[in-house]
Design a binder for this molecule. Structure first.
Ligand code: SAM
Length: 224
């Protein structure tokens, strides 16, 4: 078990649970105003983003992860930080929601790194890195209140333009993605061969683009 400081919160992270990293911080830095909002965090891990939303004044926060260990950690972390408006659910993305549940904000730092097709890692996102991203992008627009917004972080290795195009097709309004270039993280470095073979990392390349994509569902038009 390790202890982490994140956005003024104290987080306990057991082995096998994702400890908040630079991608988590990049998304937290771009999170829209949540005061009084209903927030959903998908792929919540230790609960870093869900708890951040709660600490910033969200009225209600639902956090979902498919890992039992992550769910247990996020519940402990919510209690530790006295953020009782956070409800942590164990499940597979939107399947953990009630049929008519809608949110003002959905945030996600999902698995997004391309992996060998037969990889069975905890953070596996498929050969192109889009296994979870595509599912989030497909359903999130229907889970937002009018005027609500989706904010997710992903690697450039998984195709930021694909995410943007899919959200535009769903009728959402996109802000220009906020991008950050940095050194390859440890997981990307371990998958260098696969990334190079897919042509998303040049041979010997040592940089990764990270992007926060923010997309809003238009508010309902009021008749004149
Ligand atoms: C990269 S970690 C991010 C954790 C946290 N949001 C953060 O930034 O610190 C991704 C998380 O997604 C979870 N996950 C993967 N597939 C999932 C799915 N189908 N439904 C829910 N959670 C999933 C993993 O268990 C893992 O905790």
């Amino acid at each position: 078990m390790t202890t982490h400081r994140f956005a003024g919160l104290r987080l306990l992270v057991p082995p096998g649970v994702y400890a908040p990293r630079s991608d988590t911080a990049l998304l937290a830095g771009q999170m829209p105003d949540v005061a009084g909002a209903g927030v959903l965090e998908l792929c919540s891990g230790s609960g870093a983003l869900a708890l951040t939303a709660a600490a910033r004044g969200a009225a209600r926060v639902v956090a979902v992860d498919r890992s039992g260990r992550a769910v247990a950690a996020a519940r402990v972390n919510a209690r530790l930080n006295r953020l009782s408006q956070v409800e942590v659910r164990h499940g597979d993305l939107f399947a953990a929601l009630h049929p008519h549940e809608r949110f003002d904000l959905i945030v996600a730092n999902p698995p997004y790194l391309p992996a060998e097709a037969d990889a069975d890692g905890r953070w596996d996102a498929g050969a192109d890195g889009r296994r979870i991203l595509d599912r989030i992008v497909a359903e999130a627009p229907t889970r937002l209140h009018p005027g609500g917004c989706l904010a997710l972080v992903q690697s450039g290795f998984a195709g930021v333009p694909l995410t943007v195009a899919a959200l535009e097709r769903a009728g959402l309004e996109l802000a220009a993605p906020v991008e950050h270039r940095g050194p390859l993280g440890p997981i990307a470095e371990a998958r260098r061969g696969h990334l190079e073979r897919r042509g998303v990392l040049r041979p010997g390349g040592d940089e990764e683009l990270m992007a926060v994509v923010v997309a809003s569902r238009p508010p309902v038009a009021v008749a004149a």
